[in-house]
Design a protein around this ligand. Structure first.
Ligand code: 5GP
Ligand code: ZN
Length: 114
């Protein structure tokens, strides 16, 4: 994906504060954090959204979820609790169409979300 921002973060063509990396996933801090911990976890391979990632059906969705929880542990929010969110599609507020899990923690999170 030539003009995908998150693909460019994977290739290091575009800078990001990377906090965790595995063979198939990358985690970096959100540029506009909504909580003390706000990390985005992506597969290195381009899929537009969580539905496409689930359909890939090759274990990649598992890898993204495992990385999300590893990041929560590393950020020391796992014990208190945290949220993993996939905004999927425009009505859910998705703005970057390279699937990403938001890992949010470090404060009390309200429910329902806006
Ligand atoms: P979405 O709205 O698609 O669920 O989430 C996209 C997220 O990407 C937003 O929270 C936004 O702040 C973040 N974001 C957008 N552009 C950049 C960027 O260039 N670098 C980083 N690190 N985060 C970005
Ligand atoms: Zn991409």
């Amino acid at each position: 994906m030539n003009d995908c921002l998150f693909c460019k973060i994977v290739t290091r063509e575009f800078p990001a504060e990377i906090v965790y990396e595995t063979g198939r996933t990358l985690a970096f801090r959100d540029i506009k954090p909504q909580a003390p911990t706000h990390v985005l976890v992506i597969p290195k391979e381009h899929h537009a959204d969580a539905a496409a990632l689930a359909e890939a059906d090759d274990g990649l969705a598992d890898d993204v979820l495992k990385t999300a929880h590893a990041v929560a542990a590393q950020e020391q929010v796992a014990e208190a609790g945290y949220r993993v969110v996939f905004n999927t599609g425009p009505a859910a507020g998705q703005t970057v169409f390279h699937v990403h899990a938001h890992v949010l923690g470090g404060r009390d999170l309200t429910w329902p979300p806006g």
